[in-house]
Design a protein around this ligand. Sequence first.
Ligand code: ADP
Ligand code: MG
Length: 604
Amino acid sequence: MIVRKLPDSIVNRIAAGEVVERPASVVKELVENSLDAGATEIELIVRDGGRGLIAVSDNGAGMAADDLVLAVERHATSKLADDALSRIASFGFRGEALPSIGAVSRLTVTTRREGCETGWSLGVHAGRKGEAEPVAHAVGTRVEVRDLFFATPARLKFLKAAATETRHAVEAVYRLAMANPHIGFALSDGARSMVKLPRVKADAAAGRIERLGAIMGKDFAANAVAVEGERDGARLTGFAGLPTLNRRLAASQYLFVNGRPVRDRLLFGAIRVAYQGLLPSDRNAVAALFLDIDCEDVDVNVHPMKSEVRFRDANAIRGLLIASLRHALGGADHRAAVSLSGVAASFAPGFAAHSGGHASSAAYPRHAGTPGRFSGLRDPGPAHGFDLPGLAERPEARPVAAADQASDIARAYPLGAARAQLHATYIVAETADGLVIVDQHAAHERLTQERLKRALAQGGPARQGLLIPEVVELDEARCAAVVARADELAALGLAIEAFGHNAVIVRETPALLGAIEAGPLVRDLAEDLIGYDAALSLSERIDDIIATLACHHSVRAGRLLSSTEMNAMLREMETTAHAGQCSHGRPTYVELKLADIERLFGRR
Ligand code: ADP
Ligand code: MG
């Protein structure tokens, strides 16, 4: 056996397999190099999904001839000045990108450094390096990659359709652009412009949301709250979408660690936890979060593509994320409902162009665009004796508050004075400068949920014994899942025991829920529990459980409410966290400002 050192050409081709997975990875590496070089304008051409040509031009520092010659060599970098791998402040540091790309394509780097008389150009074709030649060039660098993977046909076969590869390349540019609002980005396929992100002028948070809005959409900019938090020198900033703005896929969650886009399971998990109970379990929040942390506390050198990171204290980071997001979302309650401005404008004659990008289709209830058929003010009549939590006495039947009294309330409270109940489903309230429409079922569900949470925090909700314990039949698996959690459920006020192999007996239910049917509740809980990881304690899924409980005790649509009940509900919503959306992420109320109404009538 002969042991020999592999020639550089082979080593580079092997490394290329790791660094250069697809055209988008080339785009990412080259744009990162431009950012490291201090560029303020970066222009890309991606032709034929990146197979034909990837060109990246920047106005950065450029390179002198001898640097250029070294730069395409393996492990040659200008970025680890003191060889300290624990302090990595630039994107690059491995010195692998240029030689790896050169190993599997026809690479040309053309560059001129400030103060140098001439520019220089150097080619590397399938790992064979040419000579540096003087050329005319502006200060900055242009890297051209042609015929990517022509030297490694196996890899070429795995590339997807050009449109797909282009989409990945655009996504890579977007990610870097989000973290760098003050740098201009443009990408075209040679003929058609696909990304145009001019440098943002505003600074700090305003600049960031401007760039995020340009990439993630106007509805994100209009429906996001600023996130800020700090813990042990780690700082989290960014923007998080209101729960009413949610998506089926988690692809709209962007995370950056020290400006570097990362995909980190720990951080994604923390976002999920922070939104727990605010979103249905099959929907995902939209967020762009930026974590800044001492380089010593994070290792970015986990993987050649540098999209994974390792934290020294992962739990502290997770905690910081959850706490900051919760705080930001908690403060957003009275913004959570969607403004009707956009919709109002969209069906007001002559105003279609001024929709203002407010109400997003994702966040907005489906029928909002159709003008409602108002059936007029209606006396709610006698309440049917259901117990709305929070009301000490049984609400007496009473017409809607006298007009003058109501307008005092309207001025005093954000959600105003209840004026009517429509279709036995919606509460209409008058506010100081508009009106609010509340979905009574959604709102009540949220209120119950938050009451249960508070009761739990104060040592467990009061229970009420059932006169006749209820036997609930379940299949064996569901039965076992419920029984295994019996102790934890008892702490929530639900006393359950096994009753043979496929039934449980319910003896007590949380008093807060009033008289409920135990059967459907236990079946729903069993459904929840069976989906949970056995390793998780219920307290980690408590918001889901509470949501299920709350759902079984809520003012259904179709019930008539007295004005006292309606106003009590509005007042409670104002003081309850997350009252702006139900646990399924739908808004509990929408607000229509007088200005919007005027627009509807073409008065503005
Ligand atoms: P790394 O970025 O890890 O240092 P690369 O192979 O990507 O490794 O680049 C090698 C070197 O080439 C860099 O350290 C830098 O000095 C130089 N370089 C690459 N791209 C540019 C650019 N766009 N502008 C100026 N210098 C560059
Ligand atoms: Mg690099």
